[in-house]
Design a protein around this ligand. Structure first.
Ligand code: FAD
Length: 283
């Protein structure tokens, strides 16, 4: 292997490298010393959201007028890459659930809703998640059954969501509901809030990502104010598809960071472990 650093891709400049370095310092100080213990505990302190908010990490790639740090989508990806690189995937998933919960509100929500939700989420005071999947609708998103019936100034929501990341801790839930007929043309997005009557959550146990709380959500005649509709009624599917594109890009960055972490751990191990009288890397 050459000891020369790889040439920098033109996409990255001094500003992106400074941000990358800042996220690394945050991980080294705030996550790496505690990550193992948090995994065993199955959670991490809520205070970490405030610290990540104060460090500007939650706001990377989000507009400054809503409390974000700006910097477009490359910065959104940098945050995911570097948080993954420190090796505690559950922490990254939990901290960054706003990366899928918030964009539909910024893209489709009213100005009042954006101002009410985004600054609180990007500062780490409030937690938001995205609730699309159901026991019978995963890849097949257009098959969602959770129903929202209009009743005066409210929607009345009934149904169930599952596999929802940050579903226990969240204060805000961006929820896909059926307000119209079958298929993608009958879906809307609603902002549901923790504490609304008839809304409850139970935690799911997983084989990994223990620090990321993953939940099943239950909606039993939950009355949600009509002004919590995100965008237009029966136009939610476009918001969901827009989100999936962002999520896919974020997953690419996440996997890149995780791969670097695996490579670096392996390289380190091969300079420590000896077999047949030599370090592994010398074979
Ligand atoms: C840890 C974790 C966190 C999650 N977080 C969230 C979250 O925050 N919010 C949320 O809404 N959801 C979340 N999900 C749910 C996730 O989005 C779904 O698991 C995913 O959409 C797949 O749905 P499913 O599990 O029902 O699988 P299914 O849709 O039942 O698919 C099962 C398998 O069949 C394949 N398959 C499906 N359809 C086809 C087809 N037409 N042709 C060929 N193959 C096909 C799939 O690729 C998959 O391998 C999370 C899931 C996990 C495991």
């Amino acid at each position: 292997m050459s000891n020369q650093p790889s040439p920098r891709h033109p996409m990255y400049d001094d500003a992106t490298e400074t941000v990358r370095e800042q996220i690394r310092r945050f991980c080294a100080a705030e996550i790496e010393p505690h990550g193992e213990a948090w995994e065993e505990d199955g959670t991490f302190p809520r205070e970490l959201y405030l610290k990540a908010g104060a460090a500007g990490i939650l706001g990377l790639g989000f507009p400054e007028e809503y409390g974000g740090a700006g910097g477009e989508i490359l910065y959104y990806c940098l945050a995911r890459e570097e948080l993954s690189r420190c090796g505690f995937a559950g922490v990254r998933v939990g901290l960054m659930a706003h990366g899928i919960g918030l964009p539909p509100i910024l893209a489709l929500g009213t100005e009042e809703m954006r101002q009410r939700v985004a600054p609180a989420v990007l500062s780490g005071e409030k937690i938001i998640c995205l609730a699309i999947s159901e026991p019978d609708a995963g890849s097949d998103v257009a098959n969602i059954r959770t129903a929202a019936r209009r009743d005066g100034d409210h929607y009345v929501v009934n149904g169930q969501k599952t596999f929802i990341s940050s579903g226990m801790r969240a204060d805000y839930y961006t929820v896909a509901v059926r307000t119209g007929g079958e298929g993608m043309g009958g879906l809307s997005l609603l902002l549901v809030e923790k504490g609304m009557e008839g809304f409850s959550q139970t935690e799911l146990k997983k084989s990994g990502w223990w620090t990321s709380d993953t939940a099943t959500l239950y909606f039993d005649d939950v009355r949600v104010p009509a002004e919590n509709l995100i965008g237009e009624e029966n136009h939610g599917f476009m918001g969901i598809m827009h989100n999936f594109n962002l999520e896919r890009l974020g997953i690419v960055a996440t996997v890149l960071g995780a791969t670097k972490c695996c490579f670096e751990e392996t390289a380190r191990y091969t300079t420590q472990r000896k077999t047949f009288g030599k370090y592994l890397r010398e074979h």
